[in-house]
Design a protein around this ligand. Structure first.
Ligand code: PEP
Length: 246
């Protein structure tokens, strides 16, 4: 079964209204590459405005709360993000796991909350450099994935992003062999829980993906696209990454 490539920008805590022109330009790029599903996970403050200029791209959030409503000052529910115009959200990004202490259990709960609000989900996993150096990366990340996996995980609403923590924003990436081995291991781990559904589930690579390395990374078996930080902030930088997915 063919898996349509998915290329998603994660703008993190970057972007003011002045950058909506980049969103519009990326939406136009997406329209030129219909074989690829292209999206931008934006700061929540930009989602509603971006929804009006997104073209063929989808707009996503970067996190959501696991509860529907209540006394959670400063947090946003999945329904709020959906109402603002998000179609997707990231959950479990390593920066949230590190900075906000989010656990695998939190991540699974957030994914379920997102699904209940009609959002599709990109669930992030990845190892530290210590784990990589110790030679434990595949087993540790597979366990993290299974512990973070929401009930009812299915390919039509969930994608996985493998993001080695030490590769995010550093300009360093694993060897192509290491990426291939990890993605194969993650699909096998998924199959132990969701059976044949694992074959259709997209597993993205993330971590210093850019126009120079995207074609090689996305050419790897079991790499079904990319989650892209720095290289998604402008249409000029993101264009070769999207083109590489075709
Ligand atoms: C990310 O934030 O998910 C990411 C992969 O960042 P970068 O591409 O900048 O390494």
């Amino acid at each position: 079964m063919g898996r349509r490539k998915l290329v998603v920008g994660n703008w993190k805590m970057n972007g003011l209204k002045a950058q909506l022109g980049e969103v519009e330009a990326i939406g136009a790029l997406a329209a030129r590459h219909p074989a690829v599903e292209v999206g931008l996970c934006l700061p929540a403050t930009l989602i509603a405005a971006a929804d009006g200029v997104k073209g063929a791209a989808f707009i996503g959030a970067q996190d959501c709360h696991m509860k529907d409503s209540g006394a959670h000052t400063g947090c946003l529910s999945a329904a709020m993000l959906a109402q603002a115009g998000a179609g997707w959200t990231i959950v479990g990004h390593s920066e949230r796991r590190q900075d906000q202490g989010e656990t695998d259990t939190d991540t699974a709960a957030k994914a379920l909350a997102a699904k209940a609000a009609g959002l599709k989900v990109i669930l992030c996993v990845g190892e530290s450099l210590d784990v990589r150096d110790a030679g434990d990366a595949e087993s540790v990340v597979s366990a993290q994935l299974l512990a973070s996996l929401p009930e009812g995980a299915a390919a039509d609403w969930l994608a996985i992003a493998y993001e080695p923590i030490w590769a995010i924003g550093t300009g360093r990436i694993p060897t192509m062999e290491a990426v291939e081995t990890m993605h194969r291991a993650l699909r096998a781990a998924l199959a132990t829980t969701i059976g044949g559904e694992a074959e259709g589930m997209r597993i993205l690579y993330g971590g210093s993906m850019n126009g120079d390395n995207a074609a090689e990374l996305m050419g790897i078996t079991d790499v079904d696209g990319g989650l892209v930080g720095g290289a998604s902030l402008t249409a000029a930088k993101f264009a070769p990454v999207i083109a590489a997915a075709v």
